[in-house]
Design a binder for this molecule. Structure first.
Ligand code: PEP
Ligand code: MG
Length: 588
């Protein structure tokens, strides 16, 4: 759709991913997917093809130089030196020579030849039994992508040339892309793919950037420059809004603003139901930038610190010392409340090149979470050492993600004990009175939870994954988003089983998935007996307000009723009635 022909108020409906409304022109990002067709060329075109590659290599060298310069100032010379390896690849004259030969003999476009050469270089490096050379394989792929983008005239995502603040429209965004966004320039974003619990959506909420996902093919049919309103509450992108629509949105925003103002008064209150049941309300933290929000939102600690985001957008692992500095910042921000450090949870939709993760057929069923940590003892131990060393004088909790078997929990605990013993032997200051927890996000763990309970101090239900694995529905796939049902009776039964068995063993239970921050589900989670709810900071005041408006005993009865229902939709209907009866002002 181009600007000229566009009628006003065209509404594209997707999935609301991060609340808020923004008005701005859209900027459409070219598709990031690298599909490189093998286009035949004529003899007469060979020279021009090679010049294109030379130009792209030149551009890439300039970009790498700029990034290196920028990073030297922000993260220091040492880490920025990683880009030297990238520079070596684009300065390698034998590479250009090899491409030239193949273009001449195969008579195929330079994009295709270059791409396949890079893939085969990287593949052969991965086969060499040398960790240094294996590492270089990801450098090659990284640089290769950058050169290809330049060949094809794409703007690298970390260096969007934006002239004014915009709503970014893209086919898909990775959590790494989202973490790099400049909030002053990217006011909101809309993507073709994704669901509300994909990690890019979670990042958007933590960065407080309104967003809509699952718009199917918006990025292919729209042109940059179209004025738009992005409504992250309803999941709508309105193109070319009329004056009337702009005015209506202005009014809605004013009303929402007034509600938010009212809610901030609640920040120092506790989430206690009318009949005296207290629920701890904590914050989920992804980036250090989130920390300033936790106190102002009234969080009673950090119920989920997703430590993997410390490993994002870098090409080298953080050292133990670096991790200590960051973990201390996190604990200082939460002090005197506790912090739950979730150990590295990579894999699935969090693929970070330098961690040695390779493409998998089914990444959500693959090498992720605790499986990765147990398979990478040096990385796991360094993280645990850093947490123990940073934790002196603070309330530290550690939990392990993606536990699917009892053995994994026992092995993870024994690694932690080993780390503490080593620190003792080395006479290095550390904390050892750490509470240990397991995430319950795989149905197998939820079903044998009675065996996990004696091993832990607490459990935290990761509903984002628990729903995905229970209903066999990819949490990032907009095509099956209708099946992603937090209220499905099977999910409720698993939560009930976890809470009941944990309480029998005197172990407390939190929920740290996105369900914890959604006001529609609070009555249910309160009724199911959950002790802590952990969520993006922006949701904390309203969840406190909801709990204060409910009666725990009544919600217990409600949960019993919900557990007997046949469908998620019936449960949702029931919950909507409760919401309208108890906190209608928050529903808008
Ligand atoms: C979850 O699965 O609910 C969870 C909190 O972990 P993540 O969203 O990071 O997978
Ligand atoms: Mg999870």
């Amino acid at each position: 759709m181009s600007k000229k022909k566009l009628r006003s108020d065209i509404r594209l409906t997707g999935i609301p991913a991060s609340p808020g409304v923004v008005h701005a022109k859209i900027h459409v990002l070219d598709r990031e997917e690298i599909h490189v067709p093998a286009l035949p060329i004529e003899d007469s075109e060979i020279g021009a093809e090679i010049s294109r590659l030379e130009e792209a290599l030149f551009q890439t060298r300039e970009q790498i130089r700029e990034i290196k310069e920028h990073l030297s100032q922000s993260i220091g010379e040492k880490d920025a030196a990683i880009f030297d390896a990238h520079m070596l690849v684009v300065e390698d004259s034998s590479l250009l020579e090899a491409v030239r030969k193949q273009v001449e003999t195969k008579k195929l476009c330079v994009d295709y030849v270059f791409h396949h050469l890079m893939l085969s270089y990287a593949a052969s490096m991965r086969q060499v039994d040398d960790p240094y050379l294996q590492e270089r394989a990801s450098d090659i792929m990284d640089v290769g992508k950058r050169v290809l983008k330049n060949l094809r005239g794409m703007a690298p995502s970390e260096k969007l040339h934006l002239e004014e603040p915009c709503i970014l429209v893209a086919h898909d965004l990775t959590p790494s892309d989202t973490a790099l966004f400049d909030r002053k320039m990217i006011l909101g974003f809309a993507t073709d793919l994704g669901n509300r619990v994909s990690h890019s959506a979670i990042m958007a909420r933590s960065l407080n950037i309104p967003s809509v996902v699952g718009l199917k093919d918006a990025s292919q049919s729209l042109d940059s420059g179209i004025p738009a309103i992005l409504d992250g509450y309803e999941g709508i992108l309105i193109l070319n809004p009329s004056e009337k629509t702009g005015f209506e949105y202005g009014q809605i925003e004013q009303k929402r603003h007034a509600i938010e103002e009212g809610l901030t008064q609640l920040r120092l209150t506790e989430a206690i139901s009318k009949d005296g049941r207290k629920v701890t309300v904590s914050a989920n933290v992804e980036l250090l930038d989130d920390l300033h929000l936790i106190q102002s939102a009234g969080a009673e600690g950090i119920g989920l610190y997703r430590t993997e985001f410390l490993f994002v957008n870098r090409t080298e692992l953080p050292t133990e010392e670096e991790q200590i500095t960051i973990y201390q910042k996190v604990m200082q921000a939460a002090h005197p409340h506790p912090v739950i450090f979730r150990t590295l949870d990579v894999g699935g939709d969090k693929m970070f090149d330098h961690l040695g993760l390779s493409e998998e057929q089914n990444p959500f069923l693959g090498w992720r979470g605790i499986r990765y940590s147990l398979g990478s003892p040096a990385i796991f131990e360094s993280q645990l050492r850093a947490i123990c060393r940073a934790g002196v004088g603070f309330k530290v909790r550690i939990m392990f993600p993606m536990i699917s078997t009892y053995e994994e929990l026992v092995q993870a605990k024994s690694t932690l004990q080993g780390v503490i013993l080593d620190l003792e032997k080395e006479e290095i200051a550390h904390c050892s009175d750490i509470e240990i927890g397991a995430m319950i996000e795989v149905p197998s763990a939820a079903l044998i939870v009675d065996r996990m309970v004696p091993e832990v101090d607490f459990l935290s239900i990761g509903t984002n994954d628990l729903i995905q694995y229970t209903l066999a529905v990819d949490r990032t796939n907009e095509k099956v988003a209708y099946l992603y049902q937090p209220t499905h009776p099977a999910v409720l039964q698993l939560i009930q089983n976890v809470v009941t068995k944990a309480h029998e063993g005197h172990v407390w239970v939190g929920v740290c998935g996105e369900m914890a921050g959604e006001i529609m589900f609070t009555p249910l989670l309160l009724g199911l007996g959950v002790d802590e709810l952990s969520m993006g900071s922006i949701f904390i005041p309203r969840i406190k307000r909801v709990i204060q408006s409910l009666n725990h005993q009544e919600m217990k009865a409600l949960a019993e009723e919900a557990l007997k229902m046949n469908t998620g939709a019936e449960v949702l209907d029931l919950l909507e009635k409760v919401a309208h009866a108890h906190y209608p002002e928050l529903l808008d």
